[in-house]
Design a protein around this ligand. Sequence first.
Ligand SMILES: [Zn+2]
Ligand SMILES: [Zn+2]
Length: 297
Amino acid sequence: MKIPITFLGTSQAIPTAKRNHTAILLSYKDENILVDCGEGTQRQFRKAEINPCKLTKLLITHWHGDHVLGLPGLLQTLALNGYNRKLEIYVPKGTRHFIDLMFQLFVFKGKIDYEVFEKEGKIFENKDFVIEALPMIHGTACLAYSFIEKDKIRIDKKKLEKLKINGKLVGELAKGKDVVWNNKKILAKNLTYSEKGRKISFIFDTAENKNMVEIAKDADLLISEATYTENEAELAKDYKHLTAKQAAETAKKAKVEKLILTHISQRYENREKILLNEARKIFKNTELAEDLMALEI
Ligand SMILES: [Zn+2]
Ligand SMILES: [Zn+2]
């Protein structure tokens, strides 16, 4: 089973004709997790032909307009469309009241069932995956997130066929338990192997800091902001953003498989490749995000 990721918006603070404000959707089984919700995100859902009523979790990195101005509109549409789940909303510490204010202002209270979480570290866990959050440095409370699928025990079908084991016992083996078959003890470890879970990390808006490598460690995919090139390194420092080079260095240090640059500034419109080239010099397997780009991990 692949994990689909849809780039609903990929611009920096000011959107362009080609790029909407930041929002990325990750889908896994019946979970649809939206990371940030810039202005116009609900229309991007329409363009991507994805029903926003399927949303289960919202991960907010920080409360700058280009990451959250789409929330009131999206939530109002959910309310109008009879959204019938409990929406889990994860926000940086000390910002829970912004969500409540927004519901008071724009969405008829009681129309949507929701719960707000202000957590860091392991912020969610079920039998399939974990979500982690670590603080970034951006002049306002800001988090980076990782979606981490748990490793799975898989059965070696060839070995199983040879032994002609009863179906019930296969279930036990799949749980890692030893079984007895034809008066013989069968060790689970001899018939199973571990399949590594996938990891996808999101670093939006931050000055370079040590938590970046930690949150992205060994990820299959790192999606990182790259607001500036090295020529504007001073600006990047002043505004607490990353250069493409810094994003690539993080990818390299964290030993990720693939890097995708996003949060692209309008200053690079039609010459975005300079960001890509700068990053590829350090980390080859880099791509540049585009609106409505969809991929699977
Ligand atoms: Zn931003
Ligand atoms: Zn920001």
